[in-house]
Design a protein around this ligand. Structure first.
Ligand SMILES: [Zn+2]
Ligand SMILES: [Zn+2]
Length: 374
C-alpha cells in the first residue's frame, strides 16, 4: 500500500473522532438523565413520566437530525457540467489560460450559470474536472465539488451543503432544545445536590436536600455539560438562521458571489419568506422534520437578476441589469437570460480571499475550504 494511501486512510479514521466524542457524550447524557436523575433521584412518579416523555421526544428529534446531517452524501455537479471528451483533451493540451477559457466558455454556453470567478472567468475545478455550478465549491477535506457548499463541519465529519443544510439547521435547533430541557429540569436537583446532606438514606435528610449518592456526580455534570453545549451552539445557530434569512452560505458571507455586475452578497436573496422556503420547502408541516424538502436541484438558483427581492434596496440593481430583463414584474426564465451573462467578458476586481479561509463557529473552529478562483 502506498504511503499516501495509508495516510489518507488514517485521516479518514481520525476524522470520526469528533463524531464519536459527541456520540459518547449523548449516550452518557441519556444514561445520566433517564437512570440517575429520573429513576434514582426524582421521587414523584408523575414528574418522572412527564420528564421522560418530553426528554425522549427531544432525544429522538436530535439524534434523527444529527444522523441525517452525518450520513447524507454531499451532492455533486451532474454530468452535464463535465467537459465532453474532445473538449477535455483539448483543454488539457492547451497551456494558455485564455485558450482554456475559450473552451470553457463554449461548453458553458448551454449551462445555467450566473456566477463567475473574481476575474470574470468561468469557474472550473481542475481537481474534479468539472465546470462549477453557481454556489458550488470544491472541498479539499471531501476531495470533491459540493453543490451549494456551506462549510465542512468536523462535528458531523461531512460537508454541509445543498443536500443536508436543512438537516444541519435542525440538528443545531434540536441539540439546543435537548440541552435547554435537560438544564431546566436538572436545575432544581442540581441545587439540592449542592446542599446535600451526608447521609446515604433519603428518609434521614431534610426535605430540601438529597442524600450523597452516586447520582450526585451525574446530575451535577449533566447541568454543566448541557449549559455549556447550549451556550456554544446558540451563537452558531443564530448565525445560520441569519444566513438562511439572507439566502447566503457561510462561504458567500465571507466572499460575495460574483455576478455580471460584480460581487453581490444579496445576489441569491429573494426576500425573507422565499429565502426560508428555499431551504425548508414550501410546506410548513415538514419544516421541523429532518426529511428532504429544500427547493431546487442544487445546480441552478433563482437570482435577484430575474427575481427582485422586495426587501432589498433596488439601488443595487445597476442600469445594465435592468436592460437585460424586462423588469421585476416580468422576470425571464433562467435559460433565456443566462447566455447574455456568459457572453460578458468584463473583468471584476475582487479580494482574493481564496484558499482555506478559517471560520470560527461559536466556540468551535470549522475549516471552510475554498478553492482558488483567481
Ligand atoms: Zn472539485
Ligand atoms: Zn467537505
Amino acid at each position: 500500500m502506498a504511503p499516501s494511501h495509508v495516510l489518507r486512510c488514517c485521516q479518514r479514521v481520525l476524522a470520526w473522532i469528533p463524531v464519536i466524542f459527541i456520540a459518547l457524550v449523548v449516550c452518557w447524557s441519556y444514561y445520566a438523565y433517564v437512570v440517575e436523575l429520573c429513576v434514582f433521584t426524582i421521587p414523584n412518579t408523575g414528574e418522572q413520566i412527564v420528564y421522560l416523555i418530553i426528554f425522549h421526544l427531544s432525544f429522538i428529534m436530535f439524534v434523527w437530525s444529527y444522523w441525517k446531517t452525518i450520513f447524507t452524501k454531499p451532492a455533486n455537479p451532474s454530468k452535464e457540467f463535465c467537459l465532453p471528451k474532445a473538449d477535455k483533451e483539448q483543454y488539457e493540451k492547451e497551456e494558455r489560460p485564455e485558450s482554456q477559457q475559450e473552451i470553457l466558455k463554449r461548453v458553458a454556453k448551454d449551462l445555467p450559470l450566473y456566477t463567475r470567478t473574481g476575474t470574470g472567468a468561468i469557474r472550473y475545478c481542475d481537481r474534479c474536472q468539472v465546470i462549477k455550478p453557481d454556489r458550488c465549491h470544491h472541498c479539499s477535506a471531501c476531495d470533491m465539488c459540493v453543490l451549494k457548499m456551506d462549510h465542512h463541519c468536523p462535528w458531523v465529519n461531512n460537508c454541509v451543503g445543498f443536500s443536508n443544510y436543512k438537516y444541519f439547521i435542525l440538528f443545531l435547533a434540536y441539540s439546543m432544545v435537548y440541552c435547554v430541557f435537560i438544564a431546566a429540569t436538572v436545575l432544581q436537583y442540581f441545587i439540592k445536590f449542592w446542599t446535600l446532606c451526608r447521609r446515604k438514606s433519603a428518609e434521614n435528610c431534610p426535605k430540601n436536600q438529597l442524600p450523597d449518592t452516586h447520582a450526585k456526580f451525574h446530575v451535577l455534570f449533566l447541568f454543566f455539560v448541557a449549559a455549556m453545549f447550549f451556550i456554544s451552539i446558540l451563537s452558531l445557530f443564530s448565525y445560520h438562521l441569519w444566513l438562511v434569512g439572507k439566502n447566503r452560505s457561510t462561504i458567500e458571507a465571507f466572499r460575495a458571489p460574483v455576478f455580471r455586475n460584480g460581487p453581490d452578497k444579496n445576489g441569491f436573496s429573494l426576500g425573507f419568506s422565499k429565502n426560508i422556503a428555499q431551504v425548508f420547502g414550501d410546506q410548513k408541516k415538514f419544516w421541523l422534520l429532518p426529511v428532504y424538502t429544500s427547493l431546487g436541484d442544487g445546480h441552478t438558483f433563482p437570482t435577484r437578476l430575474v427575481n427582485i427581492d422586495p426587501e432589498q434596496p433596488t439601488v443595487d440593481l445597476q442600469p445594465s441589469i435592468k436592460s437585460t430583463i424586462d423588469g421585476p414584474a416580468n422576470p425571464r426564465p433562467l435559460s433565456e437570460s443566462q447566455n447574455r451573462l456568459l457572453g460578458n467578458d468584463q473583468h471584476y476586481a475582487e479580494d482574493n480571499l481564496d484558499r482555506d479561509a478559517i471560520k470560527t463557529e461559536g466556540d468551535q473552529t470549522v475549516t471552510v475550504t475554498m478553492e482558488s478562483e483567481s
